[in-house]
Design a protein around this ligand. Structure first.
Ligand code: IMP
Length: 183
């Protein structure tokens, strides 16, 4: 199945059913590992909104939820510029933090968020990302403990991820077709 967004064509990569199954497993793991804690899940907007919602439905331990936003990305590749973290108005001191990301690409954004979060001296910080592009990473991050899927270094859209602001509403995840087909 293919979709067109602006000047690009995308083909199906991960079906929602696969995402759901993987998310359920991540939830089971988190429920066990944070059993006697009250973690604070922090979703990184905009991309994480669907993953965050589905992940939290699998969490049955006591927990809190917050969202932050970092404006840093345009078009198909990272600009390399990270602006400020917006919305971090909860006291993080001595809290167990789980940062929820849609995708870790170069790691620049996450690196910046982690630095900001750690300044508040939380008890622990872990990252849960739906997608991870290991071959794109330029900023090594030790705290990526929960990964939905490792994917090749290809541009993807859907399930919260956008291309030029579009495609976040797609239920499945699609990867860019490098050569547009004639059909
Ligand atoms: P990083 O700073 O390079 O790791 O990029 C992180 C952010 O870039 C993600 O939170 C996404 O918003 C965006 N991003 C990275 N790769 C993709 C992609 O393949 N599709 C859509 N957005 C992406």
């Amino acid at each position: 199945m293919k979709v067109e967004i602006e000047d690009k064509e995308f083909q199906l990569m991960l079906e929602y059913d696969q995402i759901k199954k993987r998310t359920r497993l991540l939830g089971i793991q988190l429920n066990l590992e944070y059993e006697n804690k009250v973690p604070l899940f922090i979703g990184v907007l905009n991309g994480s909104f669907l993953f965050m919602a589905d992940l939290l439905k699998e969490i049955d331990i006591s927990c809190e939820v917050a969202f932050i936003r970092v404006a840093s990305y345009e078009g198909e590749s990272s600009t390399g510029k990270v602006k400020e973290v917006i919305g971090l108005d909860v006291d993080l001191k001595d809290r167990d933090i789980i940062l929820v990301e849609d995708i870790v690409d170069t790691g620049l954004t996450l690196n910046y968020i982690l630095e900001t979060v750690k300044k508040q001296e939380p008890a622990s910080v872990k990252v849960c990302t739906l997608l991870y592009k290991p071959s794109a990473i330029t900023h090594e991050i030790d705290d990526i403990s929960y990964v939905g899927f490792e994917i090749p270094n290809e541009f993807v859209v859907g399930y919260g991820l956008d291309y030029k602001g579009l495609g976040r509403n797609l239920k499945d995840i699609y990867r860019v077709c490098n050569v547009p087909s004639e059909t």
